[in-house]
Design a protein around this ligand. Sequence first.
Ligand SMILES: C[S@@+](CC[C@H](N)C(=O)[O-])C[C@H]1O[C@@H](n2cnc3c(N)ncnc32)[C@H](O)[C@@H]1O
Length: 155
Amino acid sequence: MELHYDMIRLAIGDREFFAPLDNPRKMLDIGTGTGRWPVEMSEFFPNCEITGTDLSAIQPVSVPPNVHFVLDDANEDDWLYSPNSFDYIHTRMMLGCFEDFREIIKKSFKYLRPGGWMESQVRFSVVALAVGRVSGADYSKCRSSCRSCIATMGR
Ligand SMILES: C[S@@+](CC[C@H](N)C(=O)[O-])C[C@H]1O[C@@H](n2cnc3c(N)ncnc32)[C@H](O)[C@@H]1O
């Protein structure tokens, strides 16, 4: 997950966020993984309360005082927070994690304060084929197998 995180960071020009944030007070990172994003964001926004949620408690214990991690399943009907409370809700690399991403967007709007921002970053793969090693037909077979697995999972 850490390597993946670095890959995405490089791919998006070493950026943590793109939303035009103006002195945010509360932000949420859904599916925070190893919690690197909240920790990095705390350097930009030391006065913002930053919460990272995940299904697994794999985040570090020693983090800046404005960063908190909470176990929470974003697929649940209700989240643990007050509606209209966040200035910014972020997800990165969460495609396929939710039963229905549209529901997550709807719920995020419920928990964002008016004028708040939601930002979701995802990666779409394009494989550069090495001549003689992977044929286009093999890649397309692999892609359609992945699609049918994802459909079987109902995602
Ligand atoms: C691909 S990782 C992305 C982690 C992190 N956002 C990053 O960019 O490094 C997906 C993470 O989402 C968490 N996750 C999956 N389903 C979730 C859910 N329903 N609610 C909260 N977290 C979830 C997983 O436990 C995992 O840590």
